[in-house]
Design a binder for this molecule. Sequence first.
Ligand code: BES
Ligand code: MN
Ligand code: MN
Length: 466
Amino acid sequence: MPNSAAVDAALNAADANIETSLERLFDLLRIKSISTDPAFNAETRKAGEVLVEQLAALGFDSSLRDTPGHPMVVAHHEGPEGAPHVLFYGHYDVQPVDPIELWDTPPFEPHIAEVNGAKRVYARGSSDDKGQLLTFIEACRAWKDTAGSLPCRVTVFLEGEEESGSPSLYDFLEEAKDELKADIALVCDTSMWNADTPAITTTLRGMAAGEITIQAASRDLHSGHYGGAAANPIHVLTKIMADLHAEDGSVTLEGFYDGVEEVPEDVKRSWEALDFSTAEFLGEIGLSMPAGEANRSVLEQTWSRPTAEINGIDGGYTGDGFKTVIAAKASAKFSCRLVGTQDPQKVMAAMRKHIDERLPEDCTAEIAEYGMGPATQLPWDMPHLTAARQALTEEWGTETALIGSGGSIPVVGNFKRQLGMNSLLVGFALDSDAIHSPNEKYELKSYHKGIRSWVRILDALADVTG
Ligand code: BES
Ligand code: MN
Ligand code: MN
């Protein structure tokens, strides 16, 4: 039974305690938990430790679990007899801060600024994902402070390697299967539809990422002495990468579109009803013209179509001034976003073939593989989704949107395949939060109403059976 007096009490506590909730967020944001850079290993661990302490103080049986990489946080809290068991997931690591010169204030000195009447928390990780994960923990606090208990049995599982490809995740989940398997996973690492409209994300793109290095001569060369005769690996690399796309924007890799299906009509209609403005979406980042596959809407391009993107390119002389050199090698980092049932291994094999077929005499190519994982499609008819949707709609006073996402959250696929568990993706980020970019921020409204939303969702999930 929904217990509205208890919900109201917990909501009031969330409101009354927002200042101390913010202090706890600031404490976490000051920790430089950049997981990809070994120089920050100790700080990354520290972020995990702080969260273990916060959860222990709330009455969770809470511990830090070592892995070959960064540690995992696992914390258990009992629930009422017969209530569902939910597994909350978030990540306490953050992206590197470069280019640091583009930050208006230091990335690990969180502060609040008011823009157009809305207060925002500026710091690396404020939105992705420290602010988001704390919305859930603070909601548990509101319940504990008022009811003295939680409406569901709750396990909190926090990762410190999400931003660096989750290298320890698979093995950890295999070992901790029995401990972590729950009725549903709750993931707070996605966006709202817009600043006033909450959303549940039902599709995520997968990924096949790597780095290709082309080697030609045995050393860097004088471009006058050897130019015209020596193979230039930058030319070879850029030609191979340029060949990844056809004139119409489609990807040329062999078999790339196997497993890519057209969006079903009912989903397409619901996306059309979402009132999306291409001009606004692109205008906000200084662009005007969709640049991907021809004859596809931007929502299709980012939610339901796969991509092959070059993320970084390196070779030759890139310092100040000028140097007449032919480099010995050149490299490019790439990532393909995957949809439907596209197979990351097959995409990687096709990439290898694409490169090998175009490799001239005297050149060699090496490919290093980074993150790999298929796309995720969650069912629209899960009772947990229906319950959470209703709770969100009550909190925000407007219908909850069911949306797709162009991003990837690898753990969602692991939960499904390794633990047989579906996920409910509820997040309060905005596209304008500049995640992974300079001047990342989280709206105070996202934080506050995010906490209130989880207070309601926890109550709503308590009634879901099966
Ligand atoms: N929270 C993001 C994923 C995301 C972004 C979801 C935008 C919804 C909207 C997550 O932390 C992330 O950055 N994922 C990486 C995964 C990669 C490092 C394997 C991504 O999508 O690039
Ligand atoms: Mn994230
Ligand atoms: Mn991220």
